[in-house]
Design a protein around this ligand. Structure first.
Ligand code: ASP
Ligand code: MG
Length: 437
């Protein structure tokens, strides 16, 4: 059994829903995970914003517009009155629920209930459409098996047990269908796995059922060796190691959510990135691949701030690093890159929310300087230190670009360079030219 996950654009219109149904019907008895139709979760966030601000009219207008969009989708999707009616009723019920949040109190708890509706709607549409097409589909309600524990981490044992029970109840199904992204927390309240979390759902299900493979279907033919928005002629990478994929997902390749890799890696389940528009293309296969001493891809992460702390007293001072890192911890800001010398340390962060207080605190330990609008360029591949020459290739490619920081050796899979935002596109292009000629 495989787990097949389809993102928002893959189910973004009536036609796309039909295409996905046809595609999965051909691929055998699998578990299908759906995102909300594209744009829906953003609309639900907007509705919640209005409700937080007690702007009931704003919320109503957005709800009406979203509902009207779904009614048009239903019109296009169904050929028979019976299934059109069933789908309409299911969707109306969801919108009645969304409209019921017009009371004075609106908190995170209510917001999460609203955010969960997108996936409930997309799966209801798909379920009824598959029924109409004669597919023996069974719904596995995510809110009955997907759960997080008291640390907000997935409760793997619970997921495995509950999912096992649900699957055993319907052994004859052709296809199982479920919602990505949504879950319950340790207290049974509705929650979610963070924005973009449907990939994580797929991976957690894959791990729970020991799937043969996890397929992530989007509208691009796999992970590319550079960012196609800025570099011409990028190519899909055909194979990646789990660790390489994790670095790329984290450092900006939007195609796969970073959390998705870990459950697959721990259970050694291959992840394949595929394209709904070109279902026969090879895409990218992520697995426990053998080292091949090659550079696979380049990615960039925007909105980075570099902070340098220089201290003459740091020389040979133990405990200095701890004090510096503790300041970031106190201000709940995570650090991406680190470079050190005997007299100073530079770190990067991707969130300036607490920058002011961080700088104030750091000044107790040394002279602080900040560079805004920086970009991390991340080169990923089998870069084990015994391999020769790849550092030289990377540095040579960027010889005409000012580099603020370099970090290598933290893992065997990545070399990161910090450059100015204004140099990003040129840096990406120079690297592609040199590394993937
Ligand atoms: N619908 C959710 C989002 O837009 C989850 C997902 O698509 O993965 O973030
Ligand atoms: Mg996504």
């Amino acid at each position: 059994m495989k787990v097949l996950k389809f993102g928002g654009t893959s189910v973004g219109s009536a036609q796309r829903i039909k295409d996905v149904a046809a595609l999965v019907a051909k691929r055998g008895k699998n578990i299908i995970v759906l995102s909300a139709m594209s744009g829906t979760t953003n609309s639900l966030v907007e509705i919640s914003d209005y409700l937080y601000k007690k702007n009931i009219t704003g919320a109503k207008e957005t709800i009406n517009a979203l509902e009207a969009k779904y009614m048009r989708t239903i019109d296009e999707l169904f050929a028979t009155e019976e299934h059109r009616r069933a789908a309409t009723e299911a969707i109306k019920e969801r919108f009645d629920f969304i409209r019921s949040f017009n009371k004075p109190i609106f908190t995170l708890f209510e917001e999460k209930e609203i955010l969960a509706q997108g996936e409930l709607i997309s799966t209801a549409l798909m379920f009824n459409y598959m029924k109409e097409s004669g597919i023996n589909v069974v719904m596995l309600p995510a809110l009955e098996f997907m759960r997080t524990d008291k640390n907000a981490e997935p409760d793997s044992q619970y997921i495995q047990d509950k999912l096992g029970t649900l699957l055993n109840e319907s052994p004859d199904a052709d296809i199982y269908l479920t919602q990505g992204y949504i879950c319950r927390n340790a207290y049974g309240e509705i929650d979610n796995l963070q924005r973009g979390g449907s990939d994580y759902t797929a991976s957690l299900i894959g791990a729970a059922v020991k799937a043969d493979e996890i397929e992530i279907w989007t509208d691009i033919d796999g992970m590319h060796n550079n960012d196609p928005r800025f570099v011409e002629g990028t190519k899909p990478v055909s194979e990646l190691h789990f660790e390489e994929a994790a670095e790329l997902a984290y450092f900006g390749a939007k195609i796969l959510h970073p959390t998705c890799v870990l459950p697959a890696k721990l259970n050694n389940i291959p992840v394949r990135l595929l394209n709904t528009m070109q279902p026969d293309a090879h895409g990218t296969l992520i697995y426990n691949s053998r080292p091949d001493h090659s550079i696979k891809a380049v990615a960039a992460k925007d909105n980075i701030t570099a902070i340098k702390i220089k201290s003459s007293r740091m020389l040979l001072a133990y405990g200095f690093m701890r004090k510096v890192f503790e300041i970031f911890e106190t201000h709940r800001t995570s650090i991406d890159m680190v470079a050190t010398s005997e007299v100073g340390v530079s770190v990067t962060i991707d969130n300036e929310r607490n920058l002011h207080s961080i700088i104030e605190d750091l000044k107790k330990f040394g002279t602080v300087s900040v560079d805004h609008d920086m970009v991390i360029i991340c080169v990923v591949g089998d870069l084990e230190w015994q391999n020769r020459g790849f550092e030289a290739e990377v540095i040579n490619a960027l010889k005409d670009i000012p580099v603020r920081m370099i970090s290598y050796g933290g893992s065997n899979y990545n070399i990161s360079l910090l450059v100015r935002k204004s140099d990003k596109v040129e840096a990406l292009n120079l690297l592609s030219k040199r590394l993937f000629k």
